[in-house]
Design a protein around this ligand. Structure first.
Ligand SMILES: [Zn+2]
Length: 157
């Protein structure tokens, strides 16, 4: 009988004050302010990683790629996601799909959506979908202080 599991991932990053930092989401570089973080701060990739690790019981992102480790300074998060997908496969799980929701007031996600989906899907070897949602000016996200990403992953074996 096929065993199926779901996992949920969440990530949040504030916008950076550093004018030289770019925002990277789902491996795609956006115009405008970047996000603060130890790695490249790719919240979409990070939420996908946590969703996969949660589904398979392989721990969490902080355990696997600690932000106290110099090795992960400015890390390419798609490479970390690829590493996670490999660990998932090695544990005999097959990734069915991942679905993400990014909550941000600005910039617009839609022009980059297809590229993000293609890059993420290639990285995990399964369909990854990304949806953008505006926070309607409410709270910290509405004030454009940062962005949030949620992800749900389904795996089977
Ligand atoms: Zn993150």
């Amino acid at each position: 009988m096929t065993e199926m599991r779901v996992g949920h991932g969440f990530d949040i990053h504030p916008f950076s004050e550093d004018p030289n930092r770019s925002m990277i989401l789902g491996g795609v570089v956006f115009d405008g302010p970047g996000l603060e973080g130890h790695s490249d701060a790719d919240a979409v990739a990070h939420a996908c990683i946590d969703a996969l690790l949660g589904a398979t019981g392989l721990g969490d992102i902080g355990e696997r790629y600690p932000d106290t480790d110099e090795k992960f300074l400015e890390a390419n998060s798609l490479a970390l996601l690829s590493d996670t997908a490999k660990a998932v496969t090695e544990a005999s799980w097959k990734i069915a799909n991942i679905d993400c929701t990014v909550i941000l007031e600005n910039p617009k996600l839609s022009p980059h959506r297809e590229k993000m989906e293609n890059l993420l899907s290639e990285t995990v070897g399964a369909p990854v979908t990304v949806k953008g949602r505006r926070p309607e000016k409410l709270g910290t996200l509405g004030r454009e202080e940062g962005i949030v990403c949620f992800a749900v992953a389904l795996v089977s074996r």
